[in-house]
Design a protein around this ligand. Structure first.
Ligand code: FDA
Length: 393
């Protein structure tokens, strides 16, 4: 026996839940199918357990996509203020941490509970631990064969996310389904991910694991000023996660280790004020001590400041402001926050997320080739694209 719905949504993450709520509120009969044992697992683990659910400063420029214009329409129609209004209606306490990043005061569980309450109020049916065995189209709709039975609907929304964190239910299912229906899938790779070092680059830094400082990371014309953390495998921290989305193996990646002001001016000032102090001790006062000492051991000489000629100070300043970080790779999908690439936006409507190839088929959230920066931008894309599809179905 086949059960009929107006909409079937595959994937109970941020995008799928928002789409279900929006379509359900419009009176559509919605079935949401999730293969994991509960919905919203990534929401639960996000933002260190407090869910950075949006960012007040969202602009299309915060997203990577082969078509940077694609995200504009959905983002313009569902804004951070719309999601915040829902959070407030549910009495969830929240705060701005920094740079427009909005977090729950208490727990990301509250966001999942809120979305589930909204689904219940909109009569959305949710099936968890439900494995899909086959998806077929025909007769003006879709038939989904699952371990729990066969379901049919005129509209099918693919909200199955990307490949990041397979242990949380991530799968390539959405990409396979896209290909099954003739869609192109742009190459995928891990984004917002720590970088690894190897060989001498690793040996030089590995015992500095735990050292943290503010840097400016630069690659392929993008710059992020944020924290860097040396790990036992390489480098992490927001400055690295952000730039990792713009980095491909072999690309030139530079770090400005002294992003607060003019390094040369600081060195000249120190030379005038502390002519007898050794460079390593001067640097240890402006950088984490262990890093400053290692820097001098490997890349710079250390002698009393008064012995440096000005052109030498210029070279040192340039090295500190333009340090080439030779990464060997990324930590991959195991720890990546997002997946870059995905379903090609050329074949989707930017206002409804509907396929231009197959009527009634929609793709939303991370499975689409739209990836945000770190800081609540990815959830905002999930809410906005879910809302766009839910409003159109
Ligand atoms: P999402 O991955 O959330 O959901 C997809 C769902 O589909 C999953 O529940 C999955 O189990 C299900 N699924 C997959 N295959 C299926 C199948 N075959 N059948 C049925 N169901 C299937 N972003 C942000 O803005 N702020 C933050 O604080 C964080 N923090 C963060 C921390 C960590 C550790 C990670 C890994 C990621 C983040 N992110 C984030 C990114 C954010 O979590 C991500 O961009 C969104 O969850 C994407 O939402 P989707 O609904 O598209 O996919």
């Amino acid at each position: 026996m086949t059960e009929n719905f107006d909409v079937i949504i595959i994937g109970g993450g941020a995008a799928g839940l928002m789409c279900a709520i929006t379509a359900g509120q419009r009176g559509r009969r919605v079935l949401l199918i999730e293969h994991a044992n509960r919905v919203g697992k990534k929401i639960l683990m996000s933002g260190g357990g407090r869910c950075n659910f949006t960012n007040l400063g969202v602009t299309p420029g915060n997203y990577l996509s082969a078509n940077p214009h694609f995200c504009k329409s959905a983002l313009a129609r569902y804004k951070p203020a719309d999601f915040i209004a829902m959070v407030e209606r549910h009495g969830i306490a929240y705060h701005e941490k920094e740079l427009g990043q909005m977090f729950c005061d208490d727990s990301s569980k509250q966001i999942v509970s809120m979305l589930l309450d909204e689904c219940a109020a909109a009569n959305v049916r949710i099936e968890t631990s439900c494995t899909i065995t086959r998806v077929k189209s025909g007769d003006g709709g879709f038939r989904i064969e699952t371990a729990l039975g066969t379901f049919a609907a005129a509209a099918l929304v693919v909200a199955s996310g990307g490949l990041s964190i397979p242990s949380m239910g991530a799968s390539g299912f959405g990409y396979e389904l896209a290909r099954q229906f003739g869609h192109h899938v742009l190459p995928t790779r891990a984004g917002l991910v720590p970088l690894t070092l190897s060989g001498k680059h690793h040996e030089r830094l590995q015992d500095l694991s735990g050292v943290a400082l503010t840097v400016e990371s630069q690659c392929n014309g993008e710059t992020f000023r944020a924290g860097l953390l040396i790990t036992h495998r390489g480098v992490s921290g927001p400055a690295i996660l952000q730039i990792s989305s713009y980095w491909n193996p072999g690309d030139d990646l530079r770090l400005n280790l002294l992003p607060d002001g003019d390094a040369l001016a600081r060195l000249r000032e120190q030379q005038a004020e502390r002519p007898l102090a050794e460079l390593k001790n001067v640097l240890a006062d402006i950088l984490p001590r262990r890093l400053a000492l290692r820097f001098c051991e490997i890349w710079l000489t250390s002698k009393p400041m008064r012995q440096y000629r000005d052109n030498e100070l210029q070279q040192i300043a340039s090295q500190l402001e333009n340090w080439p970080l030779v990464a060997s790779g990324t930590e991959g999908y195991r720890t990546a926050e997002v997946t870059l690439g995905g379903v090609d936006t050329e074949e989707l409507s930017s206002s409804s997320m509907q396929s231009r190839l197959v009527a009634g088929l929609y793709f939303i959230g991370e499975v689409v080739d739209v990836t945000g920066h770190l800081g609540g931008y990815n959830f905002q894309w999930a809410w906005a694209s879910g809302h766009a599809a839910g409003s159109a179905i």
